[in-house]
Design a binder for this molecule. Structure first.
Ligand code: DGY
Length: 332
């Protein structure tokens, strides 16, 4: 590939988290790449400090690495582009980037299928009690309970009412996949009825109605200031006592103390969470000890194919931003 800007020094890119080697290699062809060497995720303070030292022209991040005023101040005015390997943008201060003329690229579409498949896995995992089932094997309880035909009896998606909170790209993809299980109804709520809902025969209902009728309440919405903590005591109280709550959105959508209470007092039946607050969730967090709460470490888009696609799109966004071109997938 030719130089990004002829006659200019090679741009500097700071990569805040390990990316597939092919993505880093594409950047290295034309940029000086500095990668966070780990271990683990870069602490936010270190991220701020490191961009202050290396003065990058681009940063490549994953949630929850934050790009906020402090990070942008530290990085300096030569920063041209932020590439996040995510569809979620709650960790990027978009207004501030826009104000400073920093382009922001993100990765919608390429991860929709992987996240939707994962959501189906979470639903089945919670509904069919995979977590207590595995525990029963590991603790040798299995053999002692087989006399009871209802041991570990779970719930079926077939014949159930599936409720989707936020029928965007991922919500539709989840609904399409769940339709093959023959649910009695698929209902959804959000800012208003969506044309795409017709593809899956989903009915638009008010939020309260969804809570009242859904056997599975699946959050696929994006996060905004208005829905942080949406799933709290008041909301869990309105759900069926047998219902299963599934979250592939963001952890901050949920008041986790209220969720814990709801799960331990029979207010709802179970939960499966791909996302928590904070991430990582401390290993001694009370939700982790519950048999009716399946927690997965934010793996929605974590397949080889999808992570490579996300990385390639992010690299394309960054290279375009460095050249001052329109980003293939701009968040602004
Ligand atoms: C996203 O893309 O926002 C995912 O949650 C990150 O894997």
């Amino acid at each position: 590939m030719s130089a990004i800007m002829s006659g200019c020094p090679r741009p500097v890119v700071f990569i805040a988290r390990g990316v597939p080697p092919s993505g880093a290699a594409r950047l290295r062809e034309v940029c000086d790449v500095i990668e966070w060497e780990g271990p683990g995720r870069i602490p936010q303070d270190t991220f701020v400090e490191r961009v202050g030292q290396c003065k990058p022209n681009a940063v490549l991040i994953h949630p929850p690495d934050r790009v906020d005023r402090q990070l942008l101040d530290s990085a300096g005015p030569q920063l041209k582009v932020v590439g996040t390997m995510s569809v979620g943008l709650d960790h990027v201060d978009l207004e501030e980037c826009r104000r400073r003329g920093v382009a922001v690229g993100y990765t919608p579409n390429v991860l929709t299928s992987a996240v939707a498949e994962h959501a189906v896995g979470l639903i089945l995992g919670a509904a069919r009690k995979y977590k207590p089932g595995m525990r029963a094997i590991h603790s040798s309880v299995w053999g002692t309970r087989w006399d009871n035909a209802l041991w570990m009896a779970g719930k079926e998606i077939g014949g159930s009412v599936v409720g989707i909170v936020g029928l965007g790209r991922i919500g539709i993809a989840v609904a399409k996949r769940l339709k093959s299980f023959d649910p009695a109804r698929i209902i959804y709520c959000g800012s208003g009825p969506k044309d795409d809902a017709k593809q899956v025969g989903a009915e638009f209902v008010p939020f309260e109605e969804l809570l009242k009728h859904a056997d599975f309440v699946i959050a696929t919405c994006s996060i905004n200031e208005g829905n942080k903590g949406l799933f709290n005591k008041g909301v869990f109280d309105k759900m069926k006592t047998s219902s299963i709550f599934v979250n592939v959105s963001r952890g901050v959508l949920v008041n986790q103390e209220d969720l814990h209470k709801a799960l331990t007092t029979g207010v709802i039946g179970g939960a499966a969470l791909d996302v928590t607050s904070p991430e990582p969730l401390p290993a001694d967090h009370p939700l982790l000890s519950l048999d009716n709460c399946l927690v997965i470490p934010h793996l929605g888009s974590a397949t080889d194919t999808t992570r490579n696609r996300m990385c390639n799109l992010t690299v394309s966004n960054i290279l375009a931003g460095l050249k001052g071109e329109t980003l293939p997938s701009s968040a602004l």
